[in-house]
Design a protein around this ligand. Structure first.
Ligand code: E4P
Length: 217
């Protein structure tokens, strides 16, 4: 399963990229706003940090203007994936862009039928928002298993990119269900490393090692 960083914070992306575990980045208008930076400038910087897909989202709601915005965004770098909302105009834009060989991430997916539409529109990635589903009392992970089943039934190439991730259980479940990608806020990626027994075990090993008086090398 690929790991994407769900942030436009370039310091955090650089730090995570150094672990070798970051396969791509997703941004959205809210994350750009949070960064306080110009979308073109910050996205270009992100594309220089990671080799994998970097999602940059259009903000128009009509097909023609989405295409114009996509033109601007895709010129930023070769690894840009244009992010479009799951609307009629968004999927029209998706079809046009993917027919031209541009990567497209279809966002704001909340049903498996919507994911079916995105698959038919040739999306490179579908972004089901699991956390926002949980927020309103549904089990967001059901969406992932339904989409996996449907995409496998028909051999869709669209990658399932689990979005709106809130905690490590979302990652565990995504991996068990065979999601292709999970995009995570930096703090969730860091939480995956943690276990109290790892920390206390390491502390005990180091303390015993010190008593040996030895060094390695
Ligand atoms: C990423 O592509 C999505 O925009 C993001 O994961 C949404 O997350 P949120 O529900 O925490 O805003």
């Amino acid at each position: 399963m690929k790991f994407f960083a769900d942030t436009a914070d370039t310091d955090a992306i650089r730090e995570l990229a150094a672990t070798g575990l970051v396969d791509g980045v997703t941004t959205n208008p809210s994350l750009i706003q949070k960064s306080g930076r110009d979308i073109l400038e910050v996205t270009k910087e992100i594309c220089g940090i990671v080799d994998g897909p970097v999602s940059a989202e259009v903000v128009a709601t009509d097909h023609e203007t989405m295409m114009k915005e996509a033109e601007v965004l895709r010129k930023i770098a070769d690894n840009i994936a244009i992010k479009v909302p799951l609307t009629v105009d968004g999927l029209k834009t998706c079809k046009k862009l993917t027919d031209d060989g541009t990567m497209v991430n279809v966002t704001l997916c909340f049903t498996a039928n919507q994911a079916l539409l995105a698959g038919k529109a040739g999306a490179s990635f579908i972004s089901p928002f699991v956390g926002r589903h949980d927020d309103i009392g549904y089990d967001g992970m059901n969406l992932i298993s339904d989409i996996r089943l449907i995409y496998d039934n028909y051999d869709f190439r669209t990658e399932i990119l689990v979005a709106s991730v809130r905690h490590p259980i979302h990652i565990l479940e995504s991996a068990k269900l065979g999601a292709d990608v999970a995009t995570m806020p930096p703090d969730v990626i860091l939480k995956l490393f943690n276990h109290p027994l790892t920390a206390s075990g390491l502390e005990a090993f180091l303390s015993d090692w010190e008593k040996t008086g030895q060094t390695i090398g």
